[in-house]
Design a protein. Structure first.
Length: 221
């Protein structure tokens, strides 16, 4: 019975790989960077980009679905420090995005909305311009694939405090966005109890470290 199960698993693995045009194998035996016979990226991927014209290189890891990014993606410096967490739907940014310094300190949080390419119309609730506390249902058409939507937060990486907030509604910045540099916030920063500097330095140095190694599937026998 055990032999039969192993044989079935081996056949399933071979059949899956037979449906792929190309792929690589991780040191753990996972199949990565899959391209199907239609030329579309599928499943887990590790993307490497070298330094170019003064722009720093980076690596990304996440999932593709029918050639488009889907779900959670993470970006790292080439030395292995995580600098971004992004979320995608239909290949476009959707939901919460987070960006960090090389030391692991949060720089900003973004909020995006991705439109369904098969149906760019959506129903939203908007406040009545005349009657307070009354909302109206409207149908809008997305003119672009993804827009700013929701609250964006900008942080002081040295303290972790929010220094500015901006709110968007389907790509339009709302009025009343404000900074957080009031006297109370400044006082709180001065009186904040901090960890010893040695501990902070160690945590920043090791925050978001990634250890991913792969080997080319063509080296297999």
């Amino acid at each position: 019975m055990r032999f039969l199960i192993l044989a079935m698993l081996a056949f399933f693995s071979f059949d899956c790989q037979a449906q792929l045009k190309s792929y690589i194998i991780s040191v753990k035996g996972d199949t990565l960077n899959r391209v199907d016979n239609n030329g579309k990226k599928q499943g887990p991927w590790v993307v490497h980009v070298d330094d170019l014209r003064g722009e720093p290189g980076y690596e990304e890891e996440g999932y593709f679905k029918n050639g488009k990014k889907e779900g959670n993606w993470r970006r790292y410096t080439l030395s292995g420090d995580m600098i971004a967490r992004e979320n995608y739907k239909w290949g476009e940014k959707d939901g919460k995005q987070e960006y960090y310094t090389k030391m692991g300190d949060l720089l900003r949080e973004e909020s995006w909305y991705a439109a369904n390419p098969d149906n760019p119309y959506d129903t939203v609730e908007v406040p009545d311009p005349v009657i307070p506390n009354k909302w109206e249902t409207k149908i809008i058409k997305m003119e672009v694939a993804s827009v700013e939507h929701g609250t964006w937060k900008f942080y002081d990486p040295s303290t972790g405090f929010i220094v500015r907030q901006e709110t968007f509604f389907f790509g339009q910045k709302e009025k009343g966005n404000k900074n957080s540099n009031d006297s109370a916030a400044v006082a709180a920063r001065k009186t904040e109890k901090e960890k010893p500097k040695a501990v902070q330095d160690w945590e920043k140095k090791n925050s978001g470290r990634k250890k991913v190694k792969v080997r080319d599937g063509t080296t297999l026998y």
